[in-house]
Design a protein around this ligand. Sequence first.
Ligand SMILES: Cc1cc2nc3c(=O)[nH]c(=O)nc-3n(C[C@H](O)[C@H](O)[C@H](O)COP(=O)(O)O)c2cc1C
Length: 186
Amino acid sequence: MNDTIKSILGRRSIRSYEARPVEKDKIELILDCGRFAPSAVNRQPWHFTVVTDRKLLDKISAANRQVLLQSSDEQVRERAKDPKFDSFRGAPMAIFASGHKEAKYAAADCANAIENMALAAYSLGLGSCYIASFRHAIEKPEGADLLKELKIPENFEPLYALSLGYGNETLGERAPRRENVTTYIE
Ligand SMILES: Cc1cc2nc3c(=O)[nH]c(=O)nc-3n(C[C@H](O)[C@H](O)[C@H](O)COP(=O)(O)O)c2cc1C
């Protein structure tokens, strides 16, 4: 197996991290890998926001928690009641990918960038987790302040985030994959 295949098959969502910060050169390399993701007509309709200020991540997480506490799903409410609730799972940082509102394929383009960054992080010995749940907080009217704090450029909207850091999780079984998802036409 070559290193690319090993990274794709080895990457896991990491949901527990050491507090130690990620080195700046690694962050830059990971961002470059995001920027080199494919995008529709090479429009690159993304903007990346690197947040190493844990206080801001805590604020987003607290707002997210308030929304989840109102969920109609009991399991979601119970998870939000956990005093250790953290949308970013204790990661020392997160990278947000925002898409241009007028780019038709911005969601796919930003998703490509996030996955590239997740694979790059894995190959550098870092853990990461794709996060979309923070949008609950941001999409509420009260979320406007959080958008300002995130300094999202005009006409962009945050779509996904990637929590990033040195993982300290004891990994259990990996998330199962569905079988029979392919049709061959020969
Ligand atoms: C669009 C998207 C949104 C996700 N949002 C979250 C999230 O908010 N919180 C979380 O813990 N994991 C989130 N995940 C991670 C998935 O739960 C995870 O990728 C899936 O369970 C498979 O596990 P694996 O990444 O370890 O292979 C998200 C993944 C994707 C692709």
